[in-house]
Every structure is written in structure tokens, then in C-alpha cells.
Design a protein around this ligand. Structure first.
Ligand SMILES: Cc1ncc(COP(=O)(O)O)c(C=O)c1O
Length: 400
């Protein structure tokens, strides 16, 4: 048994999810780019594993871009998105042949400036489109009335202004980036974004190298929609506007790929009664499992205990000093004892990348293979790592 606390990557399950994405694209849109959204979980082992499978990197900061290079992604297999690109990194990425989707007005200026400097380079960029999801699919927006802040708005002319500024610098608009998060992750959201992309292409006479539909997909072992459902619908909506053999579809899955195959293994460190409440204190915390303390739906947990007597109610808690660091309430379960184990399932998305130094340093990570054998791919960060300033990337990480 591995020591706790630790994240565990279930490699066969990760491979299953990766294979589903690969085969859906192969079936519907072979001329596509399957890129992995680094921000979701930037564990070096995971990033290297996906590179070896042929995934591209989808990055949203200079730091993520440099991480991709450091872990062996060639520049021409990096999709560079997000509003916080630095000028020098943006210029280098364009010169090196990365796919770049601009998201800030200063980036448009920088690209146009480079276009003027290098008229023979035939620079080409994509633009993130800011569009009204709520108007097209009511009830799906996660942003409230103020709308999304990403990209260039279609309705107020800012998208057309960005296109004109690029043209003035000799830079071709080669792609549209349509990513939106949604409430239900329904296929209709992707129908809406693909339909809007098709309208923009037709109305503006665009000749695109790529349509980047983004991430935000649902991912589960046997639920719907499947990735096949999504890509089939996207193709239907775009087939009349682009030639799929010429224009590449880009997808950027994050959580839908990494959430389910990653578990957290924890142990009970103390059990105490306070009045009628039974508290079970563990060696994990919301800082590991729900770093934004936002989760309201219950965790999926497997218990391993030697106890047979059930107790009506137990509050399973984290180790931190915050009173609201409570993980779940078990009703009618065996009374947990010190040393009993809990495995929290489906916790791979937006957990490790928000890892905390609050009270404890980030935990170890193991990979479990098809035989059930465990390999450690990251040690728990140490005080020496912390003092070296390597808190976010412990030096002894074992990249593949
Ligand atoms: C531009 C972009 N691409 C991809 C993703 C990944 O989304 P998800 O983790 O929902 O798949 C995000 C997440 O917000 C994003 O902003």
C-alpha cells in the first residue's frame, strides 16, 4: 500500500479517456488537433504521457508555454491562448510556428507590429471570439449578466476592428477560438459555437486554417454526452462553412480528460466526539481536493476500514485549521478508526494545479498501472524545496 496522503493516477483509465478523444476525432474530423489544457493539471508526468500519445499542448501563459518546451513539446505543437501572453514570448511563438489565438488588444498590436517588421513572413493568427452564449443557449452561461471577458466581442464591432488591425499589419486571420464554459456542458453549446463560427466564416469570407472549439466537455466513464457526440455535432454545424480536409478542428480538453482518472488516497489520523458529533480527521484537506472551497456536490469516496459497527453520522474533515475544511458527512457507515483509508475519486481536474502550501506542502503522486503496481512520479514537496523557491514544482519531480 502506498503511503498517504497521495494523488494516484489510474493509467489504464487515463488511457481509456485519451483513446476516446483520439478515436472520436479520427472518426469525424481526422484533420484535427487534440491539445491538452495544461492549466487543468500540469503534473509533469501527465504532460509527458500525453505528449508521448501525440497530444499537443494548450497553454495560456508564458510560464505554461515554457513548461511545454521544457517537457519536449516542439513549438509547432503548441496552441497558445489566453489574455496574458508576454510580448517577447508571443513574437517567439509566432516565429516558431505555434498556433496562437489572440485574446487581448495589446496582442493584436504586437502581432501587427511583427507583421510590419517581417512582411515576408506571412504571419497568421487566430482570434478568441467573445460571444453571447446566453442568447444562443439560454441558461448555459456561467458568467451572469455582465458576460464573459474573454476574446473580441462579435456584436459591438471589436472582433472586426481586431481583424482590420491585423490586416493593416499584413497578418492573416487564420483561426477562430470559440471556447466557452457552460453550465451543463450540453452538446447544444457546441452546436451554438460551431454555428456561430460558420456564420462568421460565411459573412466575413474567411479562409481559416483552424477552428478552435476549446474545452469544457463532459467526461465520464459511461455517461452522456460522449466525446463522439460532441465532435459529430461540431462537424455537422461546420461542414457547410469549411472544408474539414483543409481547416483543422482544434479541441482543448482539460477536466474531461483528467478529472476521472485521478484519485486521492488519505488516512484517518484522529476520531473524536464533541457532544453528539463524531469528527473523523484525515491527512487530506479541501486544499487538496477542492482548492477553491466551492464544491457543493458530494465527493465519491471508497472506504477501507476494519470496523464493522455502523454509526449514524460522522463528519469527515480536513487537517487544516479552517472550521469549514469538512469533506463529507457519512450517514450509517462503519465507524472509522485511526489508520482507515479513504479514496476520493474523480479529483484530477483543477486540484494539483491549485496546490497549496497552506499548513502542508503538496502531496506525493503515484501512477497505478494495469497490473495494479504503483510508481511514484512526484515526491511530497520538502522544506528544502520550499526554501529553494521550488514550491510549485518540486525539484525531484520525475518527468517521464
Ligand atoms: C481556453 C480554454 N481551453 C480549454 C479549457 C479546458 O476546459 P475544461 O477543463 O473544462 O475541459 C479552458 C478552461 O477554462 C479554457 O479556458
Amino acid at each position: 500500500m502506498i503511503p498517504t496522503p497521495a494523488f494516484v493516477v489510474d493509467e489504464p483509465l487515463l488511457a481509456l479517456f485519451a483513446e476516446r478523444f483520439e478515436s472520436a476525432l479520427e472518426r469525424h474530423w481526422p484533420n484535427s488537433i487534440l491539445s491538452y489544457s495544461f492549466k487543468t493539471n500540469a503534473l509533469p508526468w501527465l504532460i509527458s504521457y500525453l505528449r508521448e500519445r501525440g497530444f499537443w499542448a494548450e497553454v495560456v501563459s508564458d510560464h505554461e508555454y515554457e513548461l511545454a518546451l521544457a517537457l519536449g513539446y516542439p513549438a509547432e505543437r503548441i496552441v497558445y491562448n489566453g489574455p496574458v501572453k508576454g510580448r517577447e514570448r508571443l513574437r517567439a511563438a509566432l516565429a516558431a510556428g505555434s498556433i496562437v489565438n489572440l485574446d487581448a488588444k495589446r496582442e493584436v498590436e504586437w502581432a501587427a507590429e511583427l507583421g510590419r517588421e517581417l512582411p515576408d513572413a506571412q504571419l497568421a493568427v487566430g482570434l478568441r471570439v467573445n460571444w453571447d452564449l446566453e442568447a444562443r443557449v439560454p441558461g448555459e452561461s456561467t458568467t451572469g449578466a455582465a458576460g464573459s471577458r474573454f476574446g473580441f466581442n462579435v456584436d459591438n464591432g471589436e472582433l472586426d476592428e481586431a481583424i482590420a488591425r491585423l490586416r493593416a499589419g499584413g497578418v492573416r486571420l487564420a483561426g477562430l477560438h470559440m471556447h466557452r464554459n457552460s453550465r451543463s456542458q450540453a452538446v447544444d453549446v457546441y452546436r451554438a459555437s460551431a454555428t456561430l463560427a460558420a456564420e462568421l466564416i460565411a459573412e466575413r469570407g474567411l479562409e481559416l486554417d483552424w477552428v478552435d472549439i476549446g474545452g469544457g466537455f463532459f467526461g465520464s466513464v459511461d455517461g452522456r454526452p460522449t466525446f463522439d457526440d460532441y465532435v459529430g455535432a461540431i462537424l455537422e454545424c461546420l461542414a457547410g462553412a469549411v472544408d474539414p480536409a483543409r481547416t483543422r478542428l482544434i479541441v482543448e480538453p482539460g477536466g474531461s480528460l483528467t478529472a476521472v482518472p485521478i484519485e486521492f488516497h488519505a488516512s484517518v489520523v484522529d476520531v473524536k466526539w464533541v457532544g453528539d458529533s463524531r469528527f473523523v480527521v484525515t491527512d487530506t484537506s479541501r486544499t487538496d481536493l477542492d482548492p477553491l472551497f466551492r464544491r457543493s456536490r458530494p465527493f465519491a469516496v471508497d472506504l477501507t476500514t476494519t470496523s464493522t459497527a455502523t454509526v449514524p453520522s460522522q463528519i469527515v474533515s480536513g487537517f487544516t485549521c479552517m472550521e469549514d475544511d469538512r469533506l463529507l458527512t457519512l450517514e450509517g457507515a462503519p465507524g472509522l478508526r485511526v489508520g482507515d483509508r479513504l479514496v476520493f475519486r474523480n479529483v484530477g481536474a483543477y486540484t494539483m494545479s491549485y496546490q497549496s502550501t497552506f499548513i502542508e506542502l503538496p502531496p506525493a503522486v503515484y501512477v497505478r498501472d494495469a497490473t495494479g503496481a504503483y510508481t511514484q512520479v512526484r515526491e511530497r514537496a520538502s522544506v528544502a524545496d520550499y526554501l529553494r523557491g521550488n514550491t510549485w514544482l518540486p525539484a525531484r519531480i520525475l518527468a517521464r
